[in-house]
Structures are given as C-alpha cells and as structure tokens.
Design a protein around this ligand. Structure first.
Ligand SMILES: [Zn+2]
Length: 323
C-alpha cells in the first residue's frame, strides 16, 4: 500500500454526499489516534501537515509516521501540505513524497494567486500530486497563518470558474464564515445561549450553493472547521487551563456542508483540545504520574474518540472504504 491522492476520495465523497476529514498531525500519538479511528470506521482520511508541524517534527519523521500508519491501519491515506505559502515549500513536499499540497495564494491579488497556483499545479501534476488552492480569506490564527477579521473576506462566486479553469487546481478552499483556531469569533460577533456559551453567526450556505452551481462536481474544502467541543473547553478550564470563550463551528452546519459540495473538512483545534483535556485529566487525577506513556495514552484515546465521532456524526465518511 502507498499514499493515495485525494482524486478518488473526493469523487466518491461528492457523489455520496459526505466529506473526508483532513486532520493535522505533528506527532506519533496523533497519527495513531486518527488512523486507528479511520481504520475502525472504514473511512478514508487525509493527514495534513502545516509548515509549523513540519518545522516541529521534521519532514522525514512525518513521512515515516504516515507510511507506518498505512501499514498498520490499512486505510487509504493522503498526506497533504496545509497552507503552503510559496512554490518552494510545495515543491519540497512533492519531492519528499506528499500526495497532495495546498498552495495558499489567498493573500495575493487575484492574478498573482492564479499565477502562483498554476505554477504549483504544473509541477505537482507532473509528479503525480494534487493541489488545493484558496479563494477568499478566513479570519483567525493557525500556526503561521494569521488574518484579522478586518482583512478576511468571503469567496466571490464570480471568481471561482475563472480561477479553477486557469489554474487547473484539483480542489478549492473557500471562505464562507469558518475561521482558524479555537477563538473563531469574538463575543460581539456572537450571541450567547442559555449556558452562557457563545453561538457564532451561521455559515454562508448561499455562497456555497452559488459556487456549487458554477462548478458542478468540483470538490470544495472548508478550513477552520473545528467545532471546539465545549465539554473539552470546560474540562480544560476546570482543571487549571485558561481558554476563555473558545468557540467553533456547530457540527450540524458542518454536516450540512459535507452533504453539499464540500469534500474535505479540516480539523486541527479539536485535536489540540482533546489531547490537552486528556493530559490535564491524568495530571489532575494522578499527580504522581511522570511516565509520558501514561498521559499520552489517555490523550491518544481521547483524540481517537473525537475523530471517530467526527467521521460518523459530522463527515459521514464511515464505511466509505467498503463502498
Ligand atoms: Zn487552514
């Protein structure tokens, strides 16, 4: 078995009205948690690596972990570069064996975004790799990607056909109101529910529908799509953490997007929250523990449980490997 591209995954996901989870990885426990959950749920999965994760863990380790995960779990697995900032990092990941890269030219002008994306697509396609582009800008912070609310903008449906046809890109990340990080919205952008938890503004499904009409059958990607489960936020805060007003995208809205043209949903913050909650729980309940395996085991199990829940209840990709 080897790494696969996302082409077949997306084709089936589009037709089957589900989405593939793209989970960010940066260590062994996270890779194991994601791929074990995917294997048990018979779901294809995308492991994605940010520039920051590549710096932290090194390309060679992440590559070896992904290969080990394929052997161990038996799932179709794509290895994807998240938010490639320039041609050089994309080339380096393609040369280094990734099956998919994202070139994020969303901060450039429309014409410069097209030129940069096209250059990456030409190189990637010549090397058996697929490319995700981005139009529109998400607000929020994720590793090296920082965009203020004032600099963010929704994707313009008028631009998508020209962008896709001129670049030859394989999938497109769009901005319809999702946001990076665990603090997706400020209190003044939200209302509060009866429990005092922030409720964010709804996603712009009208934009997604318009894009779907203009690009029928074309796979769309949602970034910044963690739901920031409040049980983790509450547990972390109760056990000495400080994550005030962390808020995400309601899962029923993500499920709806997955049933539409969205074929890839990115999840990073929820992994961080699950791990942190697990580790804090062990440190709180068993302060004598100092063996990293003892707390990482619990953190890994928590991530696995969360990923299985996403696959079944949000993405709808469970059982897809058998269809
Ligand atoms: Zn992103």
């Amino acid at each position: 078995m080897a790494l696969v591209t996302t082409t077949e995954m997306f084709k089936k996901a589009y037709a089957g009205k589900y989405a593939i989870g793209a989970f960010n990885i940066n260590n062994m426990e996270i890779v194991q948690a994601i791929t074990e959950a995917a294997g048990e749920q018979r779901s294809p999965v995308i492991l994605q690596v940010s520039a920051g994760a590549r710096k932290y863990a090194k390309h060679v380790y992440l590559m070896a972990l992904a290969k080990a995960a394929i052997e161990d779990s038996g799932v179709d697995l794509a290895l994807h570069l998240d938010h490639g900032a320039d041609f050089e990092i994309c080339k380096s990941c393609i040369d280094g064996g990734f099956s998919s890269v994202m070139i994020d030219g969303s901060h450039h002008s429309f014409e410069d975004n097209i030129a940069l994306t096209k250059k990456v697509v030409e190189y990637a396609h010549a090397h058996g790799c697929v490319v995700e582009g981005e139009l529109g800008r998400l607000a929020g912070i994720e590793d090296d990607v920082k965009v203020s609310a004032a600099d963010s903008s929704y994707t313009q449906p008028d631009e998508v056909e020209e962008f896709v046809s001129r670049t030859g890109v394989d999938s497109l990340a769009i901005a319809i109101g999702t946001s990076h990080g665990a603090y997706k919205f400020t209190a003044d952008q939200c209302t509060r529910n009866a429990d005092g938890v922030l409720v964010p503004p709804p996603l712009r499904f009208d934009i997604l529908e318009e894009i779907e009409k203009r690009l029928p059958g074309f796979p769309i990607v949602l970034h910044g799509a963690s739901s920031v489960p409040q049980e983790y936020v509450k547990e972390i805060n109760t056990l000495g953490g400080k994550l005030p007003d962390a808020v995400g995208i309601p899962e029923e809205q993500l499920r709806k997007a997955a049933s539409m043209a969205v074929c890839k949903i990115n999840i990073d913050s929820d992994i961080r929250l699950a791990m942190t909650a697990g580790i804090r729980r062990v440190f709180n309940e068993e302060p004598q523990v100092f063996d990293p395996r003892e707390y990482l085991k619990v953190a890994r199990a928590e991530v696995k449980k969360m990923v299985a829940h996403k696959i079944v209840d949000v993405l709808g990709s469970n059982g897809a490997l058998d269809k």
